[in-house]
Ligand binder design. Sequence first.
Ligand SMILES: Nc1ncnc2c1ncn2[C@@H]1O[C@H](COP(=O)(O)OP(=O)(O)OP(=O)(O)O)[C@@H](O)[C@H]1O
Ligand SMILES: [Mg+2]
Length: 356
Amino acid sequence: MDTQPSILVIDDEPDNFDVIETLLDGEGYQLHYAPSGQQALTRLSSFQPDVILLDVMMPDLDGMEVCRRIKADPQWQTVPVVMVTALTAKEDLARCLGAGADDFISKPINSLELRARVNSMLRIKQQYDNLQALLKLREDMVNTIVHDLRNPLTSIVLSTEILRFPGLSFQKQQQKIEQIAIACQQLQSLINSLLIMAKLESGKMVLNYTEVDLCGLCISALADVEAIADQKNLTLISELPKPGDTVKVDAAIFRRVLDNLLSNAIKFSPSNSQVILRAENLAAGGTKIQVADSGSGIPESLRQSIFEKYEIGTVNPQVSQIGLGLAFCKMAIDAHHGRIIVEDNYPKGSTFTVLL
Ligand SMILES: Nc1ncnc2c1ncn2[C@@H]1O[C@H](COP(=O)(O)OP(=O)(O)OP(=O)(O)O)[C@@H](O)[C@H]1O
Ligand SMILES: [Mg+2]
């Protein structure tokens, strides 16, 4: 809804519109006027008000019929209709509701009552609009996920087809098997992230805390991204504590956090640059882990939003951007009662810091 809610007043008597305008004065509404049912229906095809105030007694198309037509059209039926009526018999009021009206107000109109009814209708409309927006977001998310699942799956199907060719060289076979393995890993990782995030969100995730060797954890995370880093000729640098320094975390989840941060650093770094992984137990207690790169960096204005689901910050057509990695990291670190932030790296790039 706009900051100024819009109200369409349908009444054959222009004086009545003036009355309503006066009664609603100062409420910050945008008032529109249609002098007949037919004109109102024509008007509605190009304009959606937030509330309709509809006179019952009008020549030609009366208010009941206009209401019935509005409520019969899927495009309009969610706009609340308040019938304005001089009729007071219970049967007439029942007829208004029977025609699909959401509320009614009797003439002579009382200012307080009119404002209260309009506000209550606007509140309902706003709730409905919010729900619609949420549904749309869900639908977009589902589409994105299905799309992201399809890419690796297509790769598996194609590679399997090729493997069926008789006489395929041993080298080609190995290459296809490797591609299948990578695609399977992508699928598994995406599905695991989605499942763990859903669990973290529902508050039902029970973290399985253990004392983990910090140095070992980092080394194994680095080993897993070595191959992708090699493809871009990146140097992976580690500044790690001596073996034996431990951190109390859910090892599996924490590993995924490191994987995500390293994979981002690699993905958003130019070839031939450096990615640094630092980890240390702080003298004052707690653990600090940093992943620093010399990539594009993250503009100040996006440093909050990239931690939200499906937020991809600056669009980079050269790489896949789903927007789940950092949302996962944030949720996982929150669950550990820690913090994750991003800052500039000098002279260029970004540094992600996890504090536990
Ligand atoms: N190290 C980085 N350097 C520059 N930009 C980054 C970096 N890490 C994240 N970003 C930005 O933040 C966005 C969100 O990151 P996030 O990890 O949540 O999603 P993603 O990498 O796009 O997709 P995925 O779900 O596969 O991780 C990225 O798309 C990118 O624009
Ligand atoms: Mg990522």
